[in-house]
Design a protein around this ligand. Sequence first.
Ligand code: GLU
Length: 292
Amino acid sequence: MSVVTRFAPSPTGRLHMGHAFSAIRAHDLARAAGGRFLVRIEDIDGTRSRAGHVATIIDDLIWLGLTWDDEVAFQSARLDLYGAALARLRSMGLLYRCYCTRAEIADALSAPHGAVAAYPGTCRGAAARDAPHCWRLDMAAAVARATATGDDLSWTDHGGRVANAALAQGDVVLARKDAPASYHLAVTVDDAAQGVTDVVRGVDLFEATHVHRVLQALLNLPVPQWWHHDLLTGADGQRLAKRHGAPTLAAMRAAGVDGAAVAAALRAGRVPEVRAGRVPETRAGRVPEVPA
Ligand code: GLU
């Protein structure tokens, strides 16, 4: 089977070097295997996604020297697919309406990178009423159903077997109040629909994979392999994320930094120390090891 990987940014902000690393890893894994590399824009979050970021992301990827196959996919154009998957899970009796407000639950619960603090199940079994609600997966029921056929829901990361721990994630949101899908549902449906065989992404999404594996079992979808990589850290040992003031790729581009040289440095295991106009001496930044 030919390898298919993807880079799936959310256009809620600008890309930084950590994104570049992830995109390069996914791109190179596919190219080395003579496979295909896809770009998917995860723009179901209507309140946080910005069309302007999409063009910037595409320019960033071109600047890094990456090429992709097929047209760029947009989740906002694929809502029907998620709706169909949601309906299927509903018909299995595995979803329930949750009326809790954001003030009642930490925002982090529906965010892909959120801290894990399982939803306490407040609305499980509540009577339906006419009020804004999201849909949650009854995780205990979902795992029971998915394992009934003998599937242990384990998955592979870097070729090693990982035992499923979805129960600890609690009753995750599958459709939000303001969007007909959540990250978990959309990413699972899309990876299958696009034939993705190998998911390369940061280890900050490791826990989410337990949930995706359960959804794949319930929806009868093929199970890819995962390659979660450590997050890039700078010379100070801190994560290279925007909130630590690391320059965005767009800022580096605007400053005349050579994107191909940045990509080469990341491939060579160095985190470039970026200064305007030139590529940057490397310092002790750390690029995570990925076995060949
Ligand atoms: N859209 C997610 C993000 O930007 C990544 C999704 C994934 O790779 O599964 O964090």
